[in-house]
Design a protein around this ligand. Sequence first.
Ligand SMILES: Nc1ncnc2c1ncn2[C@@H]1O[C@H](COP(=O)(O)OP(=O)(O)OP(=O)(O)O)[C@@H](O)[C@H]1O
Ligand SMILES: [Mg+2]
Length: 511
Amino acid sequence: MNEANDFDISEVDWRVGVFDALSFPTLILNTDSTILAANKKFYERNNATKTQIVGRTCKEIFSEDKSLKHLSCSGSNCPLQRVLSSKANQSVVHKNVAEDGEIVWEERVFAPIFGSDGEVKYVIESLRDITKIKHLEKKYSDVRELIDKVVQSSVSAIMAADRKGEIILMNKAAENLFGYSVQDANLVNIEDFYPPGTAREIMKKLRDKNIGEAGKLPSTQVKIINKKGDQIPVEMTAAIIYEDGHEAATAAIFNDLREKQAVQKKLEETEIQLFQSEKLASLGRLAAGVAHEINNPLTSILLYGNLMREKLEANHPLSSNLSYILEDAERCKDIVKNLLAYSRQTRPAKNIFYLNNLISESLRLIRDQKLFMNVKIIKDLDECQILVNADKNQLCQVLINLIINAIDAMEGNGTLTLKTYRDSQAGKAYIEVSDTGNGIPQENLAKVFDPFFTTKEVGKGTGLGLSMAYGILEENHGKISIKQTGPTGTTILLELPEEKVTNGFQFMSIG
Ligand SMILES: Nc1ncnc2c1ncn2[C@@H]1O[C@H](COP(=O)(O)OP(=O)(O)OP(=O)(O)O)[C@@H](O)[C@H]1O
Ligand SMILES: [Mg+2]
C-alpha cells in the first residue's frame, strides 16, 4: 500500500470536520500531486470510495474518471506546479458540454498550505461549479454591450465626465457635435466645452434642489464650444451619477439646435413676408378702387380746363389760376398713374432689352440734373450684356424713383452705386441701387412699400414711389427688396428673370 494511504486526515487536525463540511468537492494534494485526502462532497460527486481516490495522482483521477475528464490539464500547465513556484493561489476554468447539451463551467481553485518552515507542504484543491456566475457574467456583458450600442447609435450627443471634469464617455454624435474624438477629448476638461462660467452654472443647477430633482437638470438651452471654437446652441439635460451616495460622475445629453433655429427663423421670415404681401394686396385693391373713381372726374377736369385755357386770352386775370388748377390736376393724374401701377392695373408692354441700357437711360431721364451736383455716381455694370424681357418704361420709372430716394437719403451729398449682375444658373438678372445715406429705421422697414407711406415733408413725397415699384416688379415677374440698410447707407435690390438668347433671336430688336 502507498505511504499516502496511511495518511488519516482526522488524526492530523481537528479541523477535518470543517473539511468535510465544505460544500465544494475538495482534495488535499501532496506536492508530488498524489491525493492525500478527499472530502465528503468529492466522494459523493464521483461516486467513489477512499481507496479509489487517495494515494493516486490527481492527473490519474481526472483523466480516468468520465465525469472529471474534462477537468484534466496538460502537464505544461499544471496549476499545482504553479502554486509551488508562486506560493500563491492558482485557478483554472473549464468549460464542458454536458450529456444533455447544457454548457457547464467549473473552476479548479488551488491554494497552498504552508508548513512551519514557510514552504508549501500541501495544496488544497476545490472544484466549484461557476455556471451560474458565468451565465450572469455573460448576461451582464450582453447588457453592457447593448447599452454601449444604444449610447453609440443615439442621435443625441451623450457625454460623461468624472469628478475632476475629465471626459470618460463620448458617443459618435458627441464627437461630431464637439468636433473631438474620444482620445482628443481626454485632453480637454469639461469646462472648456462651454463658454466661461457655464459648466459651473450647470453644476450649481444640478445640485440645486429647487431646480428639478436634486442631481438632475431639466431640459435647458445653453451654448457649447466645439474644437474650432464655434459656439453652438444646444438643448441639454444632465444628471449626476452617484456611487454609494457620493458624486462619482456627471452625464449629459445634448441636441444641436442650429437646424431647428434656422427652420424657425425661415418660418418667421415667411410669415412676415406673407403678412406683408397680403397687406400690400389688400392695399392694392383699395388703391385701384380709389384710382378708378378719381380717374374719370380728373379726366373731365383736365379736358374742360384745357378747353378753357384755349379760350382764355393769355393775359386774362384768371389764366394763372387756371394754370395752377391744371398743374395740380396733372399731379393728381401722376398719382393715379402710380396707384394703378402699384395695384397692377396697368398692363406692361414687354420687350427685350439690355439691362445696362436701362441704367443709363434712367439716369438721363431724371429731369433735374442739379440733383447730382454733389453726388458721385459709380456704375458697376456686368460685362456680359444681360437681357431681360420686361416693360422698359415702367422699369425706368422704378429706377428713377429709387435714384431720387437715394439722393434724398444722402441729402444730395454722397455716393450712388448702380450695379448689374446675373446668376445664369438661377436664370436671374439683378440691379442694385446703393447709397451712402442715413438708412431706413427698423420701425419703418415693414411700411416703406405701403402706398402713401412717406417720411418726406408734405408736397415733397407722395409715398407712392416704392409701392409703385413693388407693383411693377410683380407685374414683370420680378421682385424688389431692401438688401441692406443701416446708418451708412441702403441697398435696394431688383430681381428679374433673365432672358435667354435663342438662335432665332433678332438682335436688331434689342433696346
Ligand atoms: N434709399 C433710401 N434711404 C432711406 N430711406 C428711404 C430710401 N428709400 C425710401 N426710403 C424711405 O421710404 C419712404 C417711402 O419711399 P417712397 O419712394 O415710396 O416714397 P417717397 O420717396 O417718400 O415719395 P415719392 O416717391 O412718392 O415721391 C421714404 O419716404 C423714405 O422714408
Ligand atoms: Mg420715392
